[in-house]
Design a protein around this ligand. Structure first.
Ligand code: PBG
Length: 325
């Protein structure tokens, strides 16, 4: 064949492939979501999230010391609240002596060089298992936003670096930014869950926190998987309201959304490789269907290729370890 164009030339050997690689993955791109539980010296494995546990703050701090050595710098905290502390207004979310503030304090005391991301939504604290306030079976928007802004201020006072509203109420980014600015927390970042879909992939997470909705589903606030223009609309709102980073969630089934938002965003874009996506790969690997390490590096690379600056993933330590080798 008389071909002048032979793309295979650039795939000839590892050196050329490395020189021409378009996408790079580093430990600093990873954010590790971790589950926290009450007590001391507790590691409580999560059945549907093979290899992941809930940690008491003291043990978590020891683990962070190890994960830091792998180059991880960002941790997203998810507290498991006992059923007797939950109520319809999620008041435990504002408790200055609660599990979350204690964990932030412990980690920040022990590690000056890490950044913490804390979740802003009521579901782990709510007896209804919904992200906002429920009244007569409906999720109230404006009343919920007020509490979420209150919750964000508390988290800022407790020393978080990023507040991350995962609730999908309308107007919450603006309300949170305003509340933080009025109280002097102008340096607290907001990571907005911008395009969070009503997904079947959150199962293991809800298991880990026992936070599944007690009735109905989350479709009146989380997005419809059929939509992408709506994600653009949400992104424009979050950007105009002051988000410092926007996020797409879940990750793998929504790579098109990541790519689209990357084009219009003037702040970094994150992908959340959620619990069900993690469980899927773990199960396939355990069944001998694929090579786990290769699969997770491929998945992480696909997030970066699609346009994700940051990746929240339960694979973070495993990926960081692989990148070191
Ligand atoms: C809730 C929240 C969820 C996740 C993160 N924050 C679950 C939900 O919306 O029901 C899911 C993360 C995962 O599955 O890994 N505000």
């Amino acid at each position: 064949m008389k071909l002048t164009q032979r793309p295979r030339r650039n795939r000839k050997n590892q050196q050329i492939r490395d020189l021409t690689a378009e996408t790079h993955l580093l430990p600093q791109h990873l954010i590790y979501p971790v589950f926290v539980c009450e007590g001391s010296n507790v590691e409580s494995p999560i059945k549907t999230l093979a290899g992941q546990s809930r940690w008491s703050p003291d043990l978590l701090s020891k683990k962070v010391a190890q994960w830091k050595k792998l180059g991880l710098t960002h941790f997203a905290l998810f507290p498991q609240i006992s059923e007797d502390k939950k109520n319809s207004r999620g008041t435990e979310a504002l408790n200055d002596n609660g599990l979350l503030p204690n964990t932030i304090k412990r980690l920040k005391d022990d590690h000056a060089d890490i950044c913490l991301i804390t979740d802003v939504a009521l579901d782990p604290f709510s007896s209804d298992g919904h992200d906002g306030i429920v009244e007569n079976g409906r999720i109230l928007n404006d009343e919920s936003v007020e509490i979420l802004a209150e919750m964000s201020l508390k988290q800022a006072e407790w020393g978080t670096d990023w507040v991350a509203p995962s609730d999908m109420m309308d107007g919450r980014i603006g309300a949170i930014r305003k509340k933080l600015d009025q109280t002097g927390y102008t340096e607290t970042n907001i990571l907005a869950y911008t395009a969070k879909y009503a997904s079947s992939f959150y199962g293991p997470f809800r298991d880990a926190l026992q936070s599944a909705p007690k009735f109905g589903d989350k479709k009146t606030y989380q997005m419809d998987p059929r939509n992408i223009k709506e994600a653009v609309r949400e992104a424009k709102l979050d950007l105009s309201e002051g988000a410092d980073m926007i996020m797409v969630k879940p990750g793998l089934p929504y790579l098109d959304v990541i790519a689209r938002l990357k084009r219009i965003s003037d702040v970094p874009v994150a992908a959340y490789n959620v619990s069900g996506e993690y469980a899927m790969i773990k199960a396939a690997a355990a069944a001998g269907a694929l090579d786990e390490n290769r699969a997770i590096l491929e998945v992480m690379t696909s997030f970066r290729r699609a346009g994700s600056d940051a990746i929240l993933t339960y694979f973070a330590p495993q990926v960081a370890e692989l990148l070191r080798q």
